[in-house]
Design a protein around this ligand. Structure first.
Ligand SMILES: [Mn+2]
Length: 323
């Protein structure tokens, strides 16, 4: 058995021998966070373990159909875990809010972000996996554990969202195999899940798109596309920060675009730059320079600058990446 599968087995055993587990994911959790967290929760609950789930920020609306989502808390309260399971989170700081007592506990870590900092026998970081959902599926599979339909829908949603509906560069033949097995084993309908996740825009989100679309600029033979969102635009659309989810992907739909960026004023008055790039353009070094993180082709950073300053500082760097 290769080392990856060995490690997955080790992690599965590590999870199964604990009896009080806290599962955490990063702040502003995405579909991979929530789907993976819930799938593991359902599995461990089926073994009659005490399990709590913690995320600093709420479950995004588009995921509020996954079984068990209401059990996810934004406090740890009096729960006193024997181990912390970190999913999709490369460092304690990614959790957004964490106590020292928590950091003293043993950690089980599963991630696919190359910048994950956790090490040890109960840690697996596999950047070739599309998502933590895919890793969890493999973990259950190498251990010969059965996937029930609750686990299956959560894992499928994790993979679906983290691959942009199986369209992004992280979608491998194995990813599609796993998705296919999940549909079969969980007796799921792909279209019902896609409908639940995607076909549910609020008008305010479309109005916010309209605002952002009006700002799009193409540069460098259309290789760079960027747009912005100011607080004024949020106000006009009646939208919130979470309504920007997935918005950047529209810029990548433009023919020829290799790098897409959105500059967004946050509620706190900072500027967040989100980037999506085609394979071959690694945006991680740039965002890391400004305290951000993510994947080579999907990353972001938040800077303490005005919108004008952020554009002045960051746009030349984006132009460099596509020239
Ligand atoms: Mn992920």
């Amino acid at each position: 058995m290769d080392t990856r599968n060995k490690r997955l087995k080790q992690i599965l055993r590590g999870l199964e021998k604990e009896d009080k587990l806290l599962i955490c994911t990063h702040q502003h959790p995405d579909g991979d966070c929530i789907g993976s967290q819930l799938a593991l929760y359902h599995y461990l609950r089926s073994l009659k373990k005490k399990v709590a789930m913690f995320n600093k920020d709420p479950v995004p609306e588009i995921l509020q159909f996954l079984p068990g989502w209401r059990q996810i808390r934004n406090t740890i309260g009096t729960f006193n875990p024997s181990v912390v399971v970190l999913l999709d989170s490369g460092a304690w700081s990614r959790l957004g809010l964490v106590t020292e007592t928590l950091q003293m506990l043993p950690v089980i870590n599963l991630d696919h972000h190359p910048d994950n900092r956790f090490k040890g026998p109960l840690s697996l970081v596999d950047p070739s996996a599309s998502s933590v959902g895919e890793l969890l599926y493999d973990m259950f599979a190498v251990g010969g554990r059965k996937i029930n339909s609750k686990m299956a829908v959560c894992l499928y949603a994790a993979i679906l969202t983290d691959t942009g509906s199986f369209r992004q560069a992280n979608t491998s033949a194995h990813t599609l195999e796993v998705a296919s097995k999940l549909l079969k084993e969980g007796n799921l309908s792909a279209s019902v899940i896609s409908d639940a996740v995607y076909n549910r825009f609020e008008l305010r989100q479309l109005l916010l798109m309209q605002e952002m679309f009006g700002t799009i600029r193409l540069e460098h033979k259309d290789r760079l596309a960027w747009g912005k969102l100011t607080r004024r635009m949020f106000q006009r659309a009646g939208a919130q920060d979470e309504d920007t989810e997935g918005l950047i992907n529209y810029l990548r739909l433009i023919k020829g675009v290799k790098l897409a960026a959105i500059f967004r004023e946050t509620e706190q008055g900072l500027v967040k730059m989100n980037l999506r790039s085609q394979r071959g353009i690694n945006v991680l070094p740039l965002v890391r320079e400004f305290g951000g993180g993510g994947h080579p082709s999907a990353a972001g950073c938040t800077v303490l600058m005005t919108m004008a300053k952020a554009q002045r500082v960051l746009l030349p760097r984006l132009r460099e990446l596509v020239s």
